[in-house]
Design a binder for this molecule. Sequence first.
Ligand SMILES: Cc1cc2nc3c(=O)[nH]c(=O)nc-3n(C[C@H](O)[C@H](O)[C@H](O)COP(=O)(O)OP(=O)(O)OC[C@H]3O[C@@H](n4cnc5c(N)ncnc54)[C@H](O)[C@@H]3O)c2cc1C
Length: 394
Amino acid sequence: MIELTPEQETIRQTVNRICREKLAPRAAEMDRTGEFPWDILREFATAGVAHMFFPVEYGGLGEDLVTSTMVIEEIARVNAATAHTFTGVANSRLPLLTAGTDEQKRRYMPLLIREAGVTCLSITEPNAGSDVAAMETRAVRDGDSYVLNGRKCFATNGSVAVLYFIFAVTTPGAGARGISCFLVERGTPGLRPGRVEDKVGLRASNVSELILEDVRVPATNRLGGEGDGFKICMRALDKARLDAAALGVGLAQGALDYAVAYAKGRVQFKQSVAEFQGMQFLFADMATSVAAARALTYETARRMQANDSSTAHFCAMAKLCASDMAMKVTVDAVQALGGYGVLKDHPVERMMRDAKILQIFDGTNQIQRMIIARGLLGGAAAGPRAAPGGRNFS
Ligand SMILES: Cc1cc2nc3c(=O)[nH]c(=O)nc-3n(C[C@H](O)[C@H](O)[C@H](O)COP(=O)(O)OP(=O)(O)OC[C@H]3O[C@@H](n4cnc5c(N)ncnc54)[C@H](O)[C@@H]3O)c2cc1C
């Protein structure tokens, strides 16, 4: 449906080969054990896929957002959990690129390329989920460093990342304007992952608590100015929403493909169940909604790449549309397999569990609706605590 350049088609085929040969045979086992896919990430790194989204001057290939969307979709068709991990790789350069100084970029880009770029963007806290500005983790200036204390949760790649983007309050009482972002390297004293979460889906992606006890970071590791954290966070979340949409499209396509193949082979009433019009209509609806969500997702990638002013609005619409679509399509795929759909012998029950998370992370779908409505209605829909840009939620 999306016209790919010859270069993009080569990348797609490379990703598809790794997924078919290395990922597909282990997807069910990884879902059972929650094993983090280090070897698959290394395969992607060796094939040049992991760092292709970094700028050429830092050793990357400078690929664009349509390409990264396509890669995430391709991985999610086979295994959404690995695609989720990969978004932490594909995204890792973004806050650095948009807010980092030359010195910060020179220091950290090569590290990310070398270490397959596994990063962790840690915003959420026990008392600050949708309401990002309610965060309590503190960063206190002490000479030429900051000392961070607090507790984060739901940190994707929290116990495996090489570099953490930690958001903390530098000016208490200033709400969204009092938040700053810090680059914290793995192994910094006082930073440790807490419990690794046992999730319903995306089980092979790593999500953990993060505990910060007197974590001292040089002031030169602050990304942007004091108080710029919220802006950095919102930009990063826009990209995360585009990635979540790509995840939803890939996941749903994988479920549709599997269900159609199964229905063709399953015989009841002396004919393949795919020959029943009731099933055909189900598949027709599934295919139509996947195609519609894909079109919106790639249009969003195009707008973001062009730095269009509608980007945040489109990222919210794509995330909402594709994740709700993925939830419905995967439930329908389970239905298409009848009783076998709920058994772990087939991947569709895993896909259904994975889809549920897409409606929650990177800002719940209620929050996406609020962002979309604010884009439409402007000030009339902005709540009393709206931050600059009319957004004070994740
Ligand atoms: C698998 C996974 C990975 C994640 N990865 C990361 C990560 O890498 N980094 C990170 O910082 N966070 C991450 N998160 C956290 C995620 O972004 C939050 O879970 C999400 O923003 C919602 O916050 P909450 O869970 O505290 O829900 P709450 O904010 O407590 O919301 C509870 C319910 O109330 C609704 N609600 C809240 N406010 C409103 C409102 N104003 N209007 C209408 N309804 C509302 C919500 O939609 C939801 O249904 C992850 C979460 C998951 C599940």
